[in-house]
Design a protein around this ligand. Sequence first.
Ligand code: NDP
Length: 294
Amino acid sequence: MAADIIDGKAFAATMREKVADHVSRLKADHGITPGLAVVLVGEDPASQVYVRNKRKQTVECGMQSFEHRLSPETPEADLLALVKRLNADPAVHGILVQLPLPPHMNADAVINAIDPAKDVDGFHISNVGLLGTGQKSMVPCTPLGCLMMLRDRLGSLSGLDAVVIGRSNIVGKPMAQLLLGESCTVTIAHSRTRDLAEVVRRADIVVAAVGRPRMVPGSWIKPGATVIDVGINRIAVPETGKTRLVGDVDFDSCAQVAGAITPVPGGVGPMTIACLLANTVTACCRANGLPEPD
Ligand code: NDP
């Protein structure tokens, strides 16, 4: 194997330690405890796992966790009323509504009802606009985690060719904005892109956020490129009768060619939650007029 493995798990653990340090200083110096409210509507199994992990890590960092579980039939008006209460609650500095929402709800309306200052997911249109215009905002956690790993690995990203595969509002588009902010030359690829292999071959940085198991083979990767695999796909393993997680990148073949690569699991996933915790501390500091963490 040629590539270095980018250890998102270790990176995230270091980040969580810094978050916990900051939280204990906020408590000791200002008597403030950052609080994160997580709202889960319905019983999606993957969402339940994410919410459980978020709660655990929030508490481990010394923050307050407020969990709200609503039945899948909850009327949208009830969810909007809860968001309004959380917006007004001074103990809540961050609000996260776990996606996807049930089909009878309008996710855009719900996300845009969150106070942008408490929108620790960075999905509110105000935060999207602030990010797009290079202003101080709440940055979506998954792309932020990817950027931190890229900066750690590469230092300056200025002038590098970056390809983001996927154009979702939660990963692809904000990732592209962040890379543009780092002065990369950014290409956003998607399902209509012609000759994706050729597009990816030009890239010094490849971020795959597609949701298709092992779609990117090593033959598409420029030698020495840095590959960030956002995908989380559960596949069956016929030999064992069990399932396992794989990314959007074919790890084995890409690792032969890339300079560095994130594994799945243990790459982007842990960084996403660490960035959520960091965003909550940032929101708390901003709300209280205190200096933000670095
Ligand atoms: P979406 O389904 O919202 O978006 C997928 C994107 O991939 C779309 O833009 C789509 O294009 C594009 N796409 C689909 N097929 C192809 C193809 N054959 N070639 C090129 N592009 C294609 O997914 P998300 O952005 O929400 O998530 C992407 C992946 O990342 C998923 O596996 C998800 O589980 C994972 N994820 C991981 C997180 C983490 O913490 N690690 C957090 C969030 C997501 P088009 O727009 O044209 O349809």
